[in-house]
Ligand binder design. Structure first.
Ligand code: TLP
Length: 349
């Protein structure tokens, strides 16, 4: 099977597996697991923040940020297609007792005037704006990159209004590699940041959240409350460190494969590419076919390719380290076969 559902499906490398076996461990709730401490120190330095915390998942990292920054009754500004809004089971409402205020962004980039408009005035009727969130790269917009400058427009606004800013950087290293800009350029203006070790970087589990010491102290407590205080967590932190030291530069291959895949699929009659490919995510349009996107992915499955339907007439494909360029060509051939059988026939109407 060629698995293009997500870059979460990657298997740990041999080096990661060996590091798991050899990891020196302690009890991380007592903060004495040396492998976890080493990962957190390394990540804090890499992201240009005072401190960092190893958390179980990207979702947990984002939730901890909301919990640590906000009070119940606050409102959180976020992009309308963001992961926090779409895919986290309304956890910000369930756990933090806050409500989302969505702002639609072009390519995932919120217009700073729209964000300013969404900030609540000091009024007895209004919730207080507790946090502004951004996402980079932007998943549902098709792996689009938000430049450090575009992000700074929003974070500067946050500073002016004294509202903290949080970056969901599940795939931030993809943006950094694609633009050839150091990761710190993307993180420095945010109050807090979350990066995933398991999206494209190949680690089996885990994310990092980073910010100042006060935030991390609060985040550590929230992680414990959420049941995320792990004990001999060094066994999973060890591959996480390898994700950060050895697996970032190779993301360029995934971007090259994604561009080739988009080019190949874009040339197939009946198929289109929704958004120009910037990193490792491709949104494929199936409007020109007479099957639904769900039927299309079922047919692709029988051709040996796993993909996720993403919305009306849209399929989501993601390249990653476990997909070779040969498999990219095989995918194009499989898509071509399925499309040919389903092409909209004008004569039949
Ligand atoms: N996204 C997953 C699904 O939940 C959609 C995927 O397969 O892409 N932020 C962003 C931008 C993400 O794309 C994801 C994962 C997360 C946060 C959450 O990370 P996890 O899955 O570790 O909780």
């Amino acid at each position: 099977m060629i698995d293009l559902r997500s870059d979460t499906v990657t298997k740990p490398t041999e080096a990661m597996r060996a590091a798991m076996v050899d990891a020196v461990v302690g009890d991380d709730v007592y903060e004495d697991d040396p492998t976890v401490n080493d990962l957190e120190e390394y990540a804090a330095e890499l992201l240009g923040k005072e401190a960092a915390l190893f958390v179980t998942s990207g979702t947990q990292g984002n939730q901890i940020a909301v919990l640590a920054h906000c009070q119940p009754g606050n409102e959180v500004i976020m992009e309308a297609e963001s992961h926090i809004f779409h895919y986290e089971g309304a956890a910000i409402a369930a756990f933090a007792g806050v409500q989302p205020r969505t702002v639609y962004g072009v390519r995932g980039v919120m217009d700073v005037a729209d964000v300013e408009e969404a900030i609540r005035p000091d009024d007895i009727h209004a919730p207080e704006t507790g946090l502004i969130c951004m996402e980079n790269t932007h998943n549902r917009h098709g792996g689009t990159i938000i430049t450090p400058e575009e992000m700074r427009n929003v974070t500067d606004l946050g500073s002016r209004y004294q509202i903290p800013t949080h970056l969901d950087g599940a795939r931030l290293f993809h943006a950094s590699v694609a633009l050839g800009e150091p990761i710190k350029n993307f993180t420095e203006s945010f109050t807090t940041v979350q990066v995933c070790l398991s999206k494209g970087l190949g680690a089996p589990v885990g994310s990092i959240i980073a910010g100042d010491q006060t935030f991390i102290k609060s985040a550590r407590k929230w992680r414990k409350r959420l049941g995320g205080g792990m004990r001999q967590a060094g066994v999973i932190a060890a591959p996480g460190k390898i994700a950060l030291t050895d697996m970032i530069d190779r993301l360029e291959n995934d971007h090259t494969n994604a561009k080739r895949l988009a080019e190949g699929i874009g040339n197939i009659p009946g198929m289109g590419i929704h958004t120009p490919v910037e990193t490792n995510i491709i949104l494929v349009e199936t409007d020109g076919l007479q099957c639904t996107e769900k039927e299309f992915t079922q047919r692709l499955y029988s051709e040996g390719v796993l993909a996720n339907p993403y919305g009306k007439n849209i399929i989501h494909l993601v390249t990653h380290k476990d997909v070779t360029s040969t498999q990219i060509e095989a995918t194009i051939t499989a898509v071509e076969r399925v499309a040919k059988d389903n092409i909209h026939d004008e004569r039949k109407g």
